[in-house]
Design a protein. Sequence first.
Length: 279
Amino acid sequence: MNIEELPGVGAEITGVDLRRLTEHEFENIRTAYAEHGVIFFRDQELSERDHIRFAERWATINVNRFFAAHPEHPQIAMVVKEKDQKDNIGGGWHTDHSYDVEPAMGSILVARDLPETGGDTFFASMYRAYDALDDDMKTRLKGMRAVHSAHHIFGTGKETYYTTTDAGGNRIGNAAAADVLEDVTHPIVITHPLSGKKALYVNPAFTTGIVGMTQEESKELLSTLYAHAMQQEFAHRFKWQPGSVAFWDNRATWHWALNDYHGQRRVMHRITLEGCALH
């Protein structure tokens, strides 16, 4: 096994078959995952059952309540864009499931059908984003909590992702579940439950405000944090190939699926893993 740290964020792990990991290999992968926030594999030959078995070695699978499910394996969420569709899923900086009381630990994405060009995914390190904050900002953020919500993305309102894109209905559904999902709060800076590192935990998609601040004050501070976290030095652009697998930690990274392959089909299989309360 070889683990190569990548510029910006993440590590690429080669020389392993995810279908046949020894305990020693698995523990080395677990360590790399905690340390780097996202890990990448190439040339894997995972069936749907292999994908599920690998995921179950890590944690309980979170069956996504908004994405269309695989017709034979409901544990797998379908992340699809057909040739005639305009909007993709995940097209903007975000982290998955921050709107949950116990946000998802991570997501394992397997490439199934790739466009000839385009369709890369950006990842950004929230470890590095936090470390690069100046001392005054770190002090300011201590004890602060942010509000996270799914209503404006997955709900039935007039301006939600569900109602304003062609992803609504066949790819993204169950909007009524988002309508009744209560907003949650999490610390703006968390101590990562696996690595013990500090990480910035807000994101442009699901964070809607800061506890104790007006909307204008929240917007100003969040915009500052987002601009900081989006710096290229914290990011890596992953180019998908047949057999590629990406496994990211939602508590330590952001990601952004590029929508630059219009007229081509892209099919990815995603399994999300249950997490824990963040502190």
